[in-house]
Design a protein. Structure first.
Length: 204
C-alpha cells in the first residue's frame, strides 16, 4: 500500500476508535451519579486511553527501553479503561432492558472494538514511517554525499550539495501525485518554497 492509501485507512481506523470511545464515555456517564463531578470521573478513563493511543501512534521512539515503558503504560491505561467501562456498560445495559447474558456480552464488543482499533492505529503509524523513510533516503541522501577526491583535485565548487529545487524535482518525478505539503515536510522546507520551485519554468 502507498503512503496515501495508508493515511486513508488510518482515518477510518481513527473513526472506529473514536466511535468505541464515545460509546464507552456515554455508558459511563449514564451509569454515574447524576452530578457533573461523578460524570466527569466516569468519562475520564476512555478519554485517557484515546489520548494515549494518539500519542504513541504519532510520536516515534528510537530507544527500546522507552518504547517498552510506553507500551507498558498504555497497556495499564487500557486495562483500567476496559474494566471501568465494562462495569458501567453492564449496569446501563441491564437498566435499559437487556436480559440474560446480553448485558455482559455487549460491553465486550465495545471494549474489543477499542482494543483492535488502538492496535491497528499504532501498527499503521509504524507502516507509514517505514514507507516514507526509504523514499526520503533514496531521493536525497545519495546526492548529499560529495565524492571522495584526492587533495590535489579538490577545488571549490558551488554545487557539491543538491539544491532544494533538484530535491523537489526528484520527489515530484518519483511521486507525481504527492501533495506539495508532503514534499515540503520530507525536505524540511515550507510549502510555499516547494510550490515556487515547481512553478518555476524549466531551464535548458
Amino acid at each position: 500500500m502507498t503512503a496515501e492509501q495508508l493515511r486513508r485507512v488510518r482515518w477510518g481506523v481513527r473513526a472506529a476508535l473514536v466511535l468505541g470511545v464515545a460509546t464507552s464515555v456515554a455508558a459511563n456517564v449514564l451509569h454515574a451519579n447524576p452530578n457533573p463531578i461523578s460524570q466527569a470521573i466516569a468519562a475520564w478513563p476512555p478519554l485517557a486511553l484515546l489520548l494515549t493511543v494518539e500519542l504513541i501512534s504519532r510520536v516515534p521512539v528510537h530507544q527500546r527501553t522507552l518504547a517498552v515503558v510506553r507500551f507498558a503504560a498504555t497497556a495499564s491505561i487500557a486495562a483500567i479503561a476496559a474494566y471501568v467501562s465494562y462495569v458501567h456498560m453492564v449496569g446501563v445495559a441491564a437498566r435499559y432492558g437487556e436480559q440474560g447474558a446480553a448485558p455482559y456480552l455487549i460491553p465486550l464488543s465495545v471494549d474489543g472494538l477499542v482494543i483492535v482499533a488502538s492496535v491497528c492505529l499504532v501498527e499503521l503509524a509504524g507502516r507509514l514511517r517505514a514507507v516514507e523513510q526509504p523514499d526520503t533516503a533514496a531521493d536525497i541522501a545519495p546526492d548529499s554525499v560529495a565524492p571522495s577526491l584526492p587533495d590535489i583535485e579538490r577545488t571549490p565548487r558551488r554545487k557539491t550539495r543538491p539544491t532544494t529545487a533538484a530535491a523537489v524535482a526528484k520527489l515530484r518525478a518519483r511521486h507525481p501525485d504527492m501533495p506539495t505539503t508532503d514534499i515540503a515536510r520530507r525536505l524540511g522546507v515550507t510549502d510555499r518554497t516547494v510550490r515556487r520551485h515547481l512553478n518555476r519554468p524549466a531551464t535548458v
